[in-house]
Design a protein. Structure first.
Length: 348
């Protein structure tokens, strides 16, 4: 693939073959106002592997991440047991969430445990009552629950097992690495960790996605994740459509705070790298609510839940979903059904 570099001034390139920066900005702005990022013209990187925008007109995808890796030390309200995760997942689906993300836990220790049988029980338990996407996480490499370096195969063992059983529609494939530190703990000298996703791990995730036909979910902690994720998606032209999830934070050191300028920067980059891709906003230790309407107006989708919420949150997952539904409707849209999402993601 070749990339069209933009001229450094506001005049057209003398040879007439490259669009000017002013032309690009006008085209991007008009397209966003007309209907979100999906309609942005491909004036940047060509991408022959995607032939249609992923759209659900008038609808916004709503995902809920039920617990995360935090344990109840940082997020007291999260569900831990399979029974509680299933019950909360069903309630969130009934409240309007069509996509559920979960972390499995060892009930005795209260720590994350990425076991295929635990995830299978959660997925099957929720889907016995509600037809929704339910997808697992990966070991949070570098954190207290996965402090030692793991091989790519070790990290994706439960993913592959679940895929072989036909239980996966989506799965986590995070395209990059970053430092994760609590900002308020830096003055005391408390160190965070490096969330590590070597390229060999990303490639294995995309290979599994291609083989077993599940959609890779990209959590994009830094702008470089967009560039690497899009380049690798192009390198695997048969991989099902990746979902691009912009991650924000108020209290952690990675990436951007949840501000409009930050979303605009992500969207400018995505327009160049993967203009047809579906995208949503999410984060960790963050109040994403003030950014929701801004994202919805630009054609984006929403993730909420106790994985993402500020640490020590007092609201429940169901309440966070209900709030997101109100914002979606106040923006003149409706939460998308799982049928609509699947149709949008189906190959052309």
């Amino acid at each position: 693939m070749t990339r069209c570099h933009m001229p450094m001034n506001d005049d057209d390139d003398p040879d007439g073959r490259r669009p000017s920066r002013r032309h690009f900005v006008r085209a991007l702005g008009a397209s966003v106002l007309a209907g979100g990022l999906a309609s942005v013209p491909m004036v940047g990187r060509s991408d022959a592997t995607r032939t249609k925008p992923v759209q659900t007109p008038g609808k916004t995808w709503l995902e809920v991440s039920l617990n995360g890796p935090w344990s109840r030390d940082r997020q007291p309200g999260i569900p831990i047991s399979v029974r509680d995760i299933v019950a909360e997942g069903i309630a969130c689906a009934q409240a309007g969430a069509a996509i559920l993300h979960v972390h499995a836990y060892d009930e005795k220790t209260g720590r994350q445990k990425d076991d295929a049988d635990l995830y299978a029980a959660i997925i099957e338990g929720i889907r016995a009552k509600e037809d929704v996407v339910v997808y697992p996480t990966l070991p949070f490499a570098g954190s207290v629950d996965a402090p030692n370096m793991m091989t790519a195969q070790e990290r994706f063992t439960h993913t592959e097992t679940l895929a072989k059983r036909g239980l996966l529609e989506w799965a986590v494939v995070d395209p990059g690495s970053t430092n994760i530190t609590r900002l308020d703990e830096i003055p005391a000298g408390k160190q965070g960790f490096v969330y590590a996703n070597p390229e060999s791990h990303i490639r294995l995730g995309l290979e599994l996605a291609t083989r077993y036909r599940f959609h890779p979910g990209y959590a994009l902690y830094e702008p470089g994740f967009v560039r690497l994720g899009a380049a690798l998606e192009r390198a695997y032209p048969q991989v099902p459509q990746c979902i691009y999830r912009f991650m924000f934070s108020d209290g952690l050191s990675f990436g951007f705070p949840p501000q409009p300028y930050a979303l605009d920067a992500f969207l400018r980059l995505l327009a160049d790298e993967a203009p047809y891709a579906p995208w949503m906003i999410a984060g960790l230790d963050v109040n994403i609510a003030p950014l929701m309407a801004y994202a919805i107006q630009r054609g984006g989708h929403i993730r909420v839940g106790l994985e993402d919420a500020p640490f020590g949150a007092t609201r429940t997952n169901v309440q966070l979903v209900e709030e997101a539904v109100r914002v979606i409707r106040s923006a003149g849209k409706e939460p998308a059904s799982i049928r609509e999402i699947r149709q949008a993601l189906a190959p052309a």
